[in-house]
Design a protein around this ligand. Structure first.
Ligand code: NAD
Length: 311
């Protein structure tokens, strides 16, 4: 039975991936330092190693005997990467190189989390993987660094890698303090308490929201493709893919749907626009559809319903 290592498996996205792998009948080992992840998120079938992803000895131990590694551990807060630049860098980039290094001796395939933050503000265009990368934060710069090292891992060290650029992920177990789709958790909590939802600026900003179960399915599809290539004796390759729906949602519209689904009247208040707030973020999912043979299938309203029902 294949065993997969999931770093960051006690976190929001990682714990949904673990659920999926367990459902598929795989053995799962998780490496997590529990800095933001919670043990109660974790399926009881998974083995948990508590430790730091930038610690070579523990990552080497965690990698022993695994068929593939999903690397999701990160300090996922853009704000933290500004305040604790070096600390976040150690987890986000050094941690990733540590994973690649540990994968090297047996050429273990690694699927890792990148982010739409690598694009920065490439406004007014549907972003394909060919769009210019202009990160605006240390977080985005480190994710881009992961992609560059993912290339080196494959070309110089024979480690097959795939980087998935997640857009705005939402769903049950998301920390409302997250700087990504936190807007959904915050709006949902406000609506359920009968309080007004606060939007920054005119609420006409758009985001590409993708449900967490769809993200887990993309991670597994990417791993399956890497393992397939390895079985066919193909040389180790590296690639990056957007993980998105290709559907823009306006923040104002999101508030209205959440209010309707929670059975409350829409109460919206506006505060001044935040400096540096990206106006539009929209991904092009066609490369994942073509090469990973997968697309997001959860409609926003269904995903929101599932999220609200777990609050
Ligand atoms: P999360 O904070 O819920 O999960 C991250 C997990 O990593 C947590 O369990 C945390 O305890 C663990 N971790 C942090 N530092 C660690 C370290 N040094 N050693 C070991 N474990 C450590 O975040 P998430 O939203 O589930 O994000 C998962 C991945 O997806 C991250 O790489 C993040 O950058 C990326 N991502 C998330 C989104 C999103 O919308 N949530 C968007 C783009 C990219």
């Amino acid at each position: 039975m294949p065993t997969y290592l999931v770093t960051g498996g006690c976190g929001f996205i990682g714990s949904h991936l673990v659920d999926l792998l367990v459902r598929q009948g795989h053995r799962v080992r998780v490496l997590d330092d529990l800095s933001s992840g919670r043990t109660h998120n974790l399926a009881p079938e998974a083995e948990l190693m508590i430790g730091d992803v930038a610690d070579v000895a523990i990552v080497t131990l965690a990698m022993k005997g695994v068929t593939g590694c999903f690397h999701l551990a990160a300090n996922a807060s853009v704000q933290a990467s500004t305040e604790d630049w070096l600390g976040a860098h150690r987890t986000n980039l050094t941690g990733t190189i540590t994973v690649f290094e540990a994968a090297r001796s047996r050429a273990v395939p690694v699927v890792y989390a990148s982010s739409a933050a690598v694009y920065g503000d490439s406004a007014d265009q549907r972003l394909s993987e060919m769009a210019p990368t202009r990160p605006l934060s240390a977080y985005g710069a480190d994710k881009l660094g992961c992609e560059l090292h993912g290339r080196i891992a494959a070309s110089l060290h024979g480690v097959p890698t795939a980087g998935l650029r997640f857009f705005n992920v939402y769903g049950p177990r998301q920390d409302p303090a997250s700087s990504y789709a936190g807007v959904i958790s915050i709006f949902a909590a406000r609506a359920l308490e009968g309080e007004a939802m606060t939007m920054h600026g005119d609420g006409e900003q758009t985001r590409d929201f993708i449900f967490v179960a769809d993200v887990a399915a993309h991670l597994v599809a990417a791993m399956d493709r890497l393992l397939e290539r390895q079985r066919d004796g193909k040389a180790a390759a590296s690639a990056v893919f957007n993980v998105c729906t290709g559907q823009p949602t306006r923040i104002r519209e999101l508030a209205a749907v959440i209010a309707r689904l929670s059975g409350r009247p829409l109460q919206l208040q506006s505060t001044p626009a935040r400096t540096g707030d990206i106006r539009r973020s929209l991904g092009d999912p066609s490369a994942a559809i073509r090469h990973l043979r997968i697309a997001a299938t959860t409609a926003l309203e269904d995903g929101l319903r599932q999220t609200l029902s777990r609050l």
